[in-house]
Write a protein that binds this ligand. Structure first.
Ligand code: SF4
Ligand code: SF4
Length: 58
């Protein structure tokens, strides 16, 4: 399963965007992280990178 971002918790630091090996994460129009579920390979690298624990496995 891909990961999902809790947008209320995300502070838009973009740390996760930089660690994703397949570029599945990007910031949306509101500056919050979003995951392209078709691209995500569920490596979970982003989960441990987020400083506010906004990313979790679906
Ligand atoms: S789990 Fe891995 S592949 Fe999926 S969005 Fe996070 S860093 Fe990218
Ligand atoms: S690392 Fe966490 S707080 Fe930073 S943009 Fe990604 S989801 Fe949001």
């Amino acid at each position: 399963m891909p990961v999902t971002v809790d947008k209320e918790t995300c502070i838009g630091c973009a740390a996760c965007v930089g660690v994703c090996p397949v570029t599945a994460l990007s910031l949306d129009d509101e500056g919050k992280s979003q995951c392209d579920e078709d691209t995500c390979i569920t490596c979970l690298a982003c989960v441990g990178t987020c400083p506010v624990s906004a990313i979790s496995e679906k």
